[in-house]
Design a protein around this ligand. Sequence first.
Ligand code: HEM
Length: 519
Amino acid sequence: MGLFLGSAHYLLAGVVFALLVRALLGKKAIRRNGEPLRNPPDTLPLVGNGIQFLQPRWNLLSWFDKCQRQFGYETLALTVPTLPPGVLIHDPKNLDYVFKHEGLFTKGNFVKTRSWDLFGNGIINADGDFWKLQRKAGLSFLNTANLRVLTGVALPQYLSESVKELEAAKPDQVVDLQDVFHEITTKLMGKMAYNMEMHFSSPFSSSFDHASGCTAQRFQNPLYPLTEFFFGHKFRQSISTVKKFGLEIVSRAMRDAKSISSSPPPSTSPDDEKLDSISGSLIHSLLSAIPDSPSTVADAALTYLSAGRDTTGQALTWTFYLLLSHPEVLVKIRDEVRGVLAREQAPLDTSSSLPFSPAVLTPLSAPYSLAVFYESLRLYPPIPFEIRQAQAATTLPDGTFLPKDSVLVWCLWAMQRSRLTWGEDADQFRPERWLDENGTIKHKGAAEFPVFYGGARSCLGRKMAEGIAVQVIPVVAWGWEFEGAWEGGQERRSGDSLTLPMEGGLPVFVRRRGETTGR
Ligand code: HEM
């Protein structure tokens, strides 16, 4: 169900809600140095910025960007009937303060009530002991030894299976690259985290996507309990499919644990043995950390799945979208591959679906490819904006006073396009900005490049995502040529979702490159 801009009932309810909240919190207003904050562009009397929040998310992202372009680092008042009084921050100093005071700025009831049905007690929603237990389980899943199996065994195997679809494509056949990338990340997470063979095209995935879209709309529609009561049948069905799947992961893991202790698995090839030895490591850590609550373990497992699979698959999709219009970057990626293969004395393999063994590609050996990934994450952050709620009154470094319960919003989409932070060419896709004169990666702090969040709750899977990207991007860029296959050539957009999936996927025509095959 869409969001209807002209829906008078939304607006009316929004106005009433805004007035009530203001009446309750008005006494302790948000101020900077005693003065009220300026309003963002297009602010209206009574409804404030509510109209922007009712629009499809793609338009909302553009509006956030407009705010940043007009006001630079200035913190602005945000008045949205669906939100308690709040601010829109742009200044990295303020964001740094948020990251350093994780206990003060939490998701709060506002976010949790909206994402509860989908994520329950999963790590994204959890605080306190539940969060610590899940974070610990995640850290042990993402340890160095497991990451080595990921890049040395699991990823080459799944990458090789997935590129067969590219290999088999006829010249006039359309391939959806987003599906190809999602299939790789789904298989990886399924096997390594849960010891399950999972595919992107399963009913679980479409249910999860639908539930994620509806959950995202809850942040914009103040009447969601009412509209879902009447029109939420599909949403409820999707949630039920997703939850059932979560419990299936848990009961499978419990069965696995029993069968492994009674009879060890038959020995296979050394690579399979390595992969089998770590498979299911996340779900087993979660089960031993939270032995009494299968439903919490299921929530945790689903949250990890979404955090790891969707973000990385989507980031790769936007990367290739950018590469389609930047052939000069493709040339440099291929130059880098040539250099790595020569240094490692790794041969081209014309007999298999993979043009060479991807295990030689690491963030250290392929810094240009990593820079391409970062540059794509800068322009298309998989989690494009964040909301936190102040748990006590506080003052931001720029002097903005926030009463308890104020909402803080920052839009990565806008901040990562700021000319103040990224220079005059901030809108351009230029991977070189990430490299120093020796071709080594220049790191940016989390407050300026918050794509993996920052502080105590920063992304646990950053290394995993980077390890995947520096293999997938060069292998696919080396092996195949692509051409966009969508009508009209307009920009691709993301639909309503908690992350940034490309609406309609990334349809392309594919051709194997001559350099790979010797043809
Ligand atoms: C390009 C890929 C990725 C991006 C851009 C990304 C981004 C983020 C962001 C912004 C957050 C904070 C979300 C919030 O609390 O609102 C986060 C948290 C998290 N991410 Fe990632 N992520 C990526 C890949 C991964 C992967 C591969 C995993 C592996 C399983 C993962 C696991 C997690 C977990 C467990 C958290 C929650 C951390 C906590 O609350 O302590 N992420 N990620």
